[in-house]
Design a protein around this ligand. Structure first.
Ligand code: DX5
Ligand code: ZN
Length: 231
């Protein structure tokens, strides 16, 4: 059986960064070895919080060459896909719960020249994304209820990731598996072993304990067992 080697990628979420010094936050993450910048877009409807829109994505686009991983926690995301693509998003992730015609949405994202991700909330069963798996570049398993940074990791997410990876292996082995919410030095190794290969980290990267670069290296070290996953 041929083996696929998958590199662990870190996607720092700027939600918890200091927006007064966004340029520094982005530069620190890039210098510290981030693979993406994760941008959490919230509309106050799909989630009980409002963050930012295409303007901030465009601002971040001008600050880095890293791919922008844009997580759309918004209702009816079709209305804004083009704007986010034009703003410079490389990967657009929509929530399965927010899409009536998910296959069409994924198609549209690809037509716009972006990679397509689909996220599922903690209470959403894996079955909800099974039919779309062959068509996407990434599945995002939310390990907190979306809306806020610095929440506690929901422990059952590890088992959900393991089952999701099994489905990906079966239907789309090259598909990335992202995890988002409450990831820290204590649980990163578990989620990587469970099959996650793109790790979103907000408060574990942007905090007062160390610089973003130091935090990213610590996370990589903590996940060392899964740094290179062989499947
Ligand atoms: C939650 C967001 C996450 C969050 C991550 O709604 O999608 O990206 O900001 O932050 P931490 O790592 O602090 O949970
Ligand atoms: Zn996110």
């Amino acid at each position: 059986m041929s083996q696929t080697i998958r590199r662990l990628k870190i996607s720092p979420s700027i939600l918890t960064a200091d927006f007064g010094h966004l340029a520094t936050a982005i530069a620190d993450a890039a210098d510290g070895g981030a693979d993406y910048i994760h941008l959490d877009v919230m509309d106050g409807r799909f989630v009980p919080n409002i963050s930012f829109g295409p303007k901030v994505v465009e601002t971040v686009r001008a600050l880095t060459t890293l791919p922008l991983d844009v997580h759309l926690m918004i209702e009816d995301p079709d209305r804004y896909l083009a704007e986010f693509a034009e703003a410079g998003a490389n990967l657009l992730t929509v929530q399965v719960e927010a899409c009536l015609h998910l296959h069409r949405t994924v198609q549209r994202i690809h037509e716009l020249g972006c990679k397509a991700g689909v996220a599922l909330n903690p209470a959403t069963p894996l079955e909800a994304v099974r039919e779309i798996v062959p068509f996407v570049d990434m599945i995002l398993v939310m390990s907190v209820n979306p809306g806020f940074g610095s929440q506690r990791f929901i422990e059952t997410s590890t088992n959900k990731l393991r089952r999701m990876r099994k489905t990906l292996d079966e239907l789309n082995p090259l598909c990335d598996l992202q995890v988002d919410g409450g990831i820290d030095l204590h649980n990163i190794d578990d989620v990587v072993r469970a099959g996650a290969n793109v790790i979103v980290a907000g408060s574990a990267v942007y905090n007062t304990r160390a610089t973003p670069g130091e935090n990213i290296s610590q996370l990589r070290k903590a996940a060392s067992a899964g740094l290179w996953q062989e499947i």
